[in-house]
Design a protein around this ligand. Structure first.
Ligand SMILES: [Zn+2]
Length: 264
């Protein structure tokens, strides 16, 4: 039971972690390793090797890793995303994200655009929880840009440690499509208890609006076909475009990041 639980958890979180865990157990059994710390080390070694191997083999299956060591205008928000194998996209999605970051850097010199969850390295249809749609390499989440309490633009900084869950609350009188609903089965978590822990930085409307506008207007040239953000933010940022849509009330909130998808 415990083995099944750990296997499922590691698979859901990292895709290849579950298999590495089983392989580690098998090796420990063969080698008659009983010490917990050694067994853990065996697993970590196997997992690290599998993670490195994934970045070389995934391109044969149509996905490339976004580099965790890049120092250009496009960077991954946390090394955690790479450590968990959540940084894989199609070459087209990578090209679109890079072009977006170059455009924002041109308009706001020195700005680094941060990437959050992408996709796992292998298997179409294998979702990257809790994002059910991130299952084919074509989806990518981009962090918002922020200003500090005094209004100074911040660089490479997000309000929560992983870039998610620090929600921009809607201003009174804006569009609230989920206000009347109380779904039991939903990934629309409000994380109210967390909100007080995040710094009170403000959304950088200029840069976030520019990114949203670029994805809507220039993005299609790079294959961008659908963008998700909460309607109240699209309204606040002044971007109206048929590609900018609402993800629905049962999907995760999109007032802490921008989601986009490219064509196949
Ligand atoms: Zn997404």
């Amino acid at each position: 039971m415990r083995i099944a639980l750990v296997f499922s958890l590691l698979t859901a979180l990292t895709q290849i972690g579950g298999v590495s865990y089983l392989a580690g157990r098998w090796l420990a059994h063969r080698g008659e390793i009983t010490r917990r710390s050694t067994r853990l080390a065996v697993f970590l070694l196997l997992y690290a090797s599998a993670t490195i191997a994934a970045s070389f083999t995934a391109p044969f299956f149509g996905r490339v890793p976004l580099s965790c060591f890049g120092d250009g205008s496009l960077q991954i928000q946390s090394p955690l995303y790479c450590a968990l194998n959540r940084n894989f996209v199609t070459t087209e999605a990578k090209r679109a994200a890079e072009a977006l970051s170059v455009a924002i850097d041109l308009e706001f010199p020195g700005t680094i655009t941060l990437v959050l969850d992408a996709n796992f390295p292998f298997l179409d249809g294998f979702p990257l929880l809790p994002h059910l749609s991130h299952d084919d390499g074509r989806k990518l989440d981009i962090a918002f840009y922020y200003r500090d309490e005094k209004g100074t633009p911040l660089n490479r900084a997000v309000r929560s440690p992983i870039g998610y869950f620090a929600f921009e609350e809607p201003a009174p009188g804006t569009q609230l499509p989920c206000a009347e609903r109380d779904d039991l089965l939903t990934l629309r978590w409000n994380m109210g208890f967390l909100q007080g822990f995040f710094p009170a930085w403000m959304l950088d409307e200029a840069r976030t609006g520019a990114a949203l506008r670029w994805l809507a207007l220039e993005g299609p040239e790079f294959g961008v076909e659908r963008i998700f953000i909460e309607p109240h933010l699209a309204q606040r940022l002044g971007v109206v475009h048929p590609n900018v849509r609402f993800q629905g009330c049962r999907a995760a909130r999109h007032d802490d990041h921008i989601h986009f998808q490219v064509t196949e």
